[in-house]
Design a protein around this ligand. Structure first.
Ligand SMILES: C[S@@+](CC[C@H](N)C(=O)[O-])C[C@H]1O[C@@H](n2cnc3c(N)ncnc32)[C@H](O)[C@@H]1O
Length: 322
């Protein structure tokens, strides 16, 4: 077999394994009570593009607040990390925020972008690379909720990990701790800059997670479209609408797809019936005060060095040492 044929065979095998895992997770989640779908399946190229548009809306406060903090944070972190750094971003999406760090750091050497949304990741790196010709760029398509390794050979420059946005909140707290421990092992000795959102104001949360110019509705319904296309399901996406629910203990924002009328869908030989008002939880966002996030990081192998917070304490960026 030629090298090209072997690579194509490996790629086809990987795609089939991913499809089988998606089907297994979807069947398990839709058979559970309450019904859920893992949030990671929101992220295909369409979902990533919709999310990038959400980040530009007035309602989606986390991006605006974090971007307002980043220039000062990047200057301070540049002083701490020194020249020749190797940057690793988890959940890099459109790779916009990394530009502020790349611009502030002295002669950054490498940028490794890790994201589950493979096609979108490749496009983001293609757009970024020409603006930073001296930086070696690597796209790593991986699920960071599973064990992972990073292309970080020994003997290179200092390592700076970056996990911006509110992504840490998408894990339940125990899994957030496990992610921080995995990142600690994968990054080795490093600094790690992590975003955390303490917002509990219901009006702000409903506007950001429920509105965003109607884009949140399309973003969450896209997972039904994706199951139809990739898994041969027959959901009627128009039969569901998106709703936000605030929950306590611990405080979190849940996104649901709620059936407007009675509807049914077939998937992988099973049939699922929905009465009006029945819902599927499609994502969760846990909120962390700076103190709660620092405690979580400390319990999972990190030393919190400092954090920066916006004027109303509306978003925080934490610098950890590992
Ligand atoms: C909320 S967006 C944040 C994007 C960007 N970092 C920002 O701050 O605007 C989450 C990003 O993480 C990626 N992602 C979500 N779950 C993931 C997983 N389990 N493994 C790897 N990437 C994931 C998504 O594809 C998406 O790009």
């Amino acid at each position: 077999m030629s090298g090209v044929a072997a690579a194509q065979g490996a790629e086809a095998g990987r795609a089939e394994a991913e499809r089988a895992a998606f089907l297994r997770d979807a069947l398990a989640g839709l058979s559970a009570e309450p019904r859920t779908l893992p949030g990671k399946y929101l992220w295909d190229a369409i979902g990533s593009d919709l999310f990038d548009r959400i980040c530009h809306t007035a309602d989606y406060y986390p991006t605006r607040r974090e971007m307002a903090l980043l220039p000062e944070v990047a200057r301070d972190v540049a002083g701490e990390i020194g020249p020749g750094a190797r940057l690793v971003e988890f959940g890099s999406g459109a790779s916009r925020k990394i530009r502020t760090l790349l611009d502030a750091l002295s002669r950054p050497a490498t940028y490794i972008a890790v994201d589950i949304s493979g096609d979108y990741l490749a496009g983001a790196i293609r757009r970024l690379a020409p603006d930073y010709p001296a930086v070696t760029m690597q796209a790593v398509c991986a699920d960071y909720a599973e064990p992972f390794t990073l292309p970080l050979p020994g003997g290179g420059g200092p390592v700076l990990g970056f996990f911006p946005g509110t992504s840490i909140g998408n894990f339940p707290p125990a899994e957030a701790g496990a992610f921080l421990a995995r990142a600690r092992a994968a990054l080795g000795p490093c600094l790690f800059l992590v975003g955390a959102d303490p917002t509990v104001d219901p009006d702000l949360l409903h506007a950001a997670y429920g509105g965003a110019d109607g884009l949140m509705d399309a973003f969450h319904r896209n997972v039904l479209v994706r199951m139809n296309r990739e898994l041969g399901a027959d959901f009627d996406p128009g039969a569901f609408s998106h709703a936000v629910r605030l929950r306590d203990d611990p405080f979190r924002v849940e996104a649901h797809l709620v059936a407007r009328d009675a509807t049914r869908a077939r998937l992988g030989g099973a049939e699922f019936a929905f009465a009006p008002g029945d819902s599927i939880r499609t994502d969760t966002s846990h909120k962390y005060t700076p103190e709660a996030f620092a405690a979580l990081a400390s319990a999972n192998g990190w030393t919190p060095l400092r954090y920066w917070a916006g004027p109303q304490g509306g978003f925080s960026l934490h610098l950890l040492r590992g």
